[in-house]
Design a protein around this ligand. Sequence first.
Ligand code: C2O
Length: 584
Amino acid sequence: MSCRTHGLSSLIATLHCAPRRRVRGQLLYIIINVALLLILAASSSDVNAAPIRVPDLSRCDLAVDESVGDTPPLTLRFNCCLPLPSASRILDFSFDKYPPIRQHVRRPAHTAKEDYIAKYNKAYQLMRALPDSDPRSLKVQADIHCAFCNGAYMQAGADGNVPLQVHFSWLFLPWHRWFLYFHERILGNLLGDPGFSLLYWNWDDQVNGGNMMPEMFARNGTALYDAKRNPDHLPPAIVRLSPANNSTDTSVVVNENLNAMYQSVVTASTAELFAGGAYRTGSDLTNSSVISATLGGSVENGVHNGIHYWTGNPAEQLLQDMGTFSTASRDPIFYAHHSNVDRLWDVWRFKLPGGPRKDHSDPDFLDTEFLFYDENANLVKVKVSDALDNAKLGVSYKTVRADDLWINYSPKAVTSGSAVFSALASGVSTIGATPSNGTIDLDLASMRLAAIVQRPIGETRPSKAEEVLVIQGLELTSRDSFISLVVFVNLPDAGPSTPTNSAEYVGTFNIVPSASQHRHLVTNVKFEIGDNLKRIGLQKDDRVVITIVLKSKPHETDSNLADAAHNLAIQQRISFKGLQITYE
Ligand code: C2O
C-alpha cells in the first residue's frame, strides 16, 4: 500500500510541477508511472484481498453432483440449501446478546455417566424431532456443514463465482468452534437446560479407552446412533488416526496414534502449520495458482480427517455419514469429534511446552464473518475475532492427563545415516521447487514416490524458524474416494505397510471424498520436518529423501495394492508442482 501511495503522490507531483516545454517528456513519464501502478495493483491483489464476508443465502447452488463423465458415476445428490429466516434481519453477535448463562464444561464422552448419557440422548431426540424446515433441526444443522463445504454459496464480493469453503484453510478451526457453540445452545434450549454441555470424543487418549468410538454413540435404537458407520469400527475397535499399515499389534497402533498426535499438534508450532493458511475473498480451492493455493492445518489434514474416514461406512459410495463432509454432521458423533478438535486448539495454544503459541493475527482472519442459526432460529452473523477465546464464549474443557502421553511422545528413528546415496544408486531423482519441474504425477500404479529434496542449509535461518517440507500445488481432479498421502523422510522404500510410529514419519494428509460439483482440489501441504531430521541425526545433511505413500480405501496391504490402485483410478489424476524445504 505504501508503494502505491508513493507512486500516486509522485504522479500528482509530476502533473502539478511540470513546466510546459517538458510536457512530452513528462507525458511519457506519466504513462510509465500509470503502467507501473497497474502492474503493482495486479500483482498485489492477493495481498490486498479482503476478509470473507457472509454470503447471500438467497442465492444457493444446490451443491449437487451431476457426475457427468465420472466412472463410476456418482449418484448422490445433496440439497443443502439453507432455510431463509422469516425475519429478513440478520442479528450481529455480541457477548451482551449471548451471555453465557452457565459455564459449558465439556467432558470426555467415554467417562459420561448413565444419567448424562440419557440427557444427551434426549437432547438429540428433540433435535431429530423438529421439522426439516426448522433451522434448529438436525437436518438443517447437517446442511449448514454441507453448504459450506460443498460450495452451496458463493463468496460475497469475489470476482465471478467462487465457492465458499470452510475446510483446507485458517477458516477451519473458528468456523467449527462457532458451529459447536450454536449447536450446544440449541440442544440446551430444547432440553430447557441452558448449561447443557457437549461431550468430547477423546480419541487421542490411548490409555483410558478414549481411543474407540464412545459406547454411548453405538447403542442401536437411540438418537445418538447412526447406522452409516463402519461396522468394523464399533467399540472396542481402536481408532487409527492415520490410515496406516494393517498392524493388529495394539502397541504398534497406539504408538502410531501417539506419533500422529505428536506430528499433527506438537511439532506444528506456527499458526499456519497447525491451523492452516490464509483464505480471503477470492481464494479458490478449485482453481488456484500454486502461489495462492490454500493450505489446511496439520490438525485438520491429519488426525481430524483421519477420524472422519475411520468412522464413515466404507460400503457407502462416499463413506457416509462421517466420511464425507456433505453428510458428516448428520451423525451426532460429529459434534463430539469436533469438540475434541476444538479442545486440541486450546491445548495447542496454552498447554504445550515452550509457552503459549500464537493464533493468526492477520486482520483478514480476525474480520472473517460467518452465519449460523441460534437457539431461537435467528440468523446470526459472527466474527472470527470473537471466537479466539473459549472462556469468553463460556466454554471450557475438562483437562485430561492422557494428553501428556502424546505431548511427550518421543518417536525413535529406525534409520541411522543418510539414505540419499542408496536412493541415488537405485535411481531416485531430485525434485525441486516450482516451477522448475513442472507438474509431477503421482504414479497410481505403484502408489508411491520417492524423491531427493534439497535443504536450505547455508541460508540464514531466522530465529525460531521451523524447517518445513512443502508439497506445492497438490491437485486432485476429483475427490470421489478416500485418499491419504503418508509422508516419510529417509525411508526411500517406504510403502503401505511401513509403520508410522517412528521419527521417519512426517505426517499424513487425509483427503476426505466430496460430492460437490466443486470437488476439484488444489492445495499446498506443509509438514514440519526439523524435529524428524534432528531425531534421525540428519541436521547437517544438505539433501534428504522424501517418500510419499498413497493410500486409499480399504486399508490396503502390499498384497491388495491392485484394489487400492483401482479405487484410486477413480481420482483420474493426482499431481503436484514441486517439493521444497524452507525455513518458516
Ligand atoms: Cu467440517 Cu470435521 O469437518
